[in-house]
Design a protein around this ligand. Structure first.
Ligand code: 7TS
Length: 415
């Protein structure tokens, strides 16, 4: 039986997203199933950005004039909304970045640069997005530490036995792990992993790009040291993201980029740094983006992250069931119970790019490729997959349309 406390008015939600009533290729309805790449925006977010530019556009933390004060208040209010949304202890722990990628690079170039060297180990996983592999490789080439990767099991979950064994080596200084895989959809047991990392004397960084848009996240309960995510995947604008860091770590870390706003004093002989979080926000920040993200968080909170999660679980379970009935289709990753709102698959005889193109001609937007997870695809023994990914506004009818599109593609290829 459906738990009615965990449902919402889907039609009303869809009506909040103007793009969903646009026609694709001029005449077919848009069926947007590429939410893992980026999500659509509700009118409330679009209008918040529009209002900022139309009525109170000014730089922040600088002017004493009214517009600047108003812009500063809106920018800082957004930080407070985000603090509440992830249950951080202080707004000083919320750093505005350009997105997940920048957040991870920031930790690598500050905490990593100071704390990692020859003989140290960073533990990552085979299912990471490139943004949680490459920044560590760049730094490792310079600092001489080693990166080891937690393997994955046949069902697409992490090999937790191997993780425990890798941690026994006392040289692990940092564990970096994706919360929800953008390809397999695997929801990793990050709370348990963080606890184990701490017991082994290591810190933990979680890539929350695919979790925070879809499920309640409490950074305090997780006891995570660093948590990075992107605004554009959680109905907010592009160009804005968040790095959460425990205050004690952020206080001890040197700044990364230098410039305006991140300093306390500047003399020709040297400078001192501003307090948190401004130490890590050099230059004019992404003001409209931060304000827009604040409104996105309002929208998600008002609807309820538990309800959004429940809705997506229903859609994903339905999609997996229907996809598994399609002959010649192979799904990757664990079953619905352990999975985020992602279904990546290969389809016998049709290249993922061709498939995505045929689906697109019917108005269905999916992504094809390696999804910035080349090591994972190498592990799976395939160069690319087709991926449908769902969000709060998707419907079971849209899943049906995807299935129909797959059968049509089969016919097109005369398979
Ligand atoms: N981490 C994960 C797990 C991701 O899925 C992505 C983006 C990123 C990090 C990087 O986020 P950014 O906002 O800094 O670019 N993932 C995808 C995707 O799956 N398709 O397009 C982008």
């Amino acid at each position: 039986m459906t738990d009615l406390t965990l449902t919402y008015d889907l039609e009303a939600v869809r009506a909040d997203f103007p793009i969903l009533s646009e026609k694709h290729h001029d005449d077919v309805p848009l069926i947007y199933l590429d939410n893992a790449a980026s999500s659509q925006k509700p009118l409330k977010v679009i209008e918040a950005i529009d209002t900022y530019y139309r009525t109170y556009n000014a730089n922040v933390h600088r002017g004493v004039h009214k517009l600047s004060e108003q812009a500063t208040k809106a920018y800082e209010d957004a930080r407070i909304k985000i603090r509440r949304f992830i249950n951080a202890g202080s707004k000083r722990e919320i750093i505005f970045t350009r997105g997940t990628t920048e957040g991870i690079n920031l930790v690598a170039q500050t905490w990593g640069r100071v704390n990692l060297g020859v003989g140290d180990v960073v533990l990552s996983t085979v299912m990471e997005h490139h943004s949680n592999i490459v920044p560590w490789q760049i730094l490792a080439a310079e600092k001489g530490f080693t990166i080891k990767y937690i393997p994955i099991l046949e069902d697409g979950t992490l090999d937790m036995g191997a993780y425990a064994a890798l941690l026994r080596d006392n040289s692990v200084k940092l564990v970096v792990v994706v919360h929800v895989s953008n390809v397999l959809g695997t929801v990793n047991p990050v709370a348990e992993m963080i606890q184990q990392a701490h017991a082994a004397g290591a810190l933990a960084l979680v890539d929350g790009a695919q979790s925070i848009p879809h499920m309640p996240v409490d950074v305090k309960a997780l006891d995570v040291d660093f948590f990075a995510f992107s605004g554009h995947k959680m109905i907010g604008p592009t160009g804005i993201g968040i790095l959460y860091g425990k205050r004690e770590h952020l206080e001890a870390m040197p700044p990364w980029m230098g410039g305006g706003d991140m300093i306390e004093t500047v003399r020709l002989e040297g400078s001192t740094w501003n307090e948190l979080p401004y130490k890590f926000e050099a230059g004019t920040p992404i003001i409209a983006g931060a304000i827009g993200l604040g409104y996105a968080v309002d929208y998600l909170s008002e609807l309820g992250m538990d309800k959004i999660h429940a809705h997506e679980q229903t859609i994903t379970a339905y999609a997996l069931e229907r996809l598994s009935e399609v002959p010649g289709l192979k799904l990757y990753g664990p079953d619905a119970a352990q999975k985020g709102a992602v279904a990546a698959f290969s389809f016998e005889g049709i290249h993922p790019h061709d498939l995505a193109q045929i689906l697109d001609s019917g108005g269905i937007a999916v992504r094809a490729g390696h999804h910035c997870a080349m090591p994972l695809h190498t592990h799976l023994g395939i160069p690319a997959t087709t991926r449908a990914s769902f969000y709060l506004y998707n419907t079971t009818q849209e899943v049906d349309a995807l299935i129909e599109g797959l059968y049509k593609s089969k016919k097109t290829f005369a398979l």
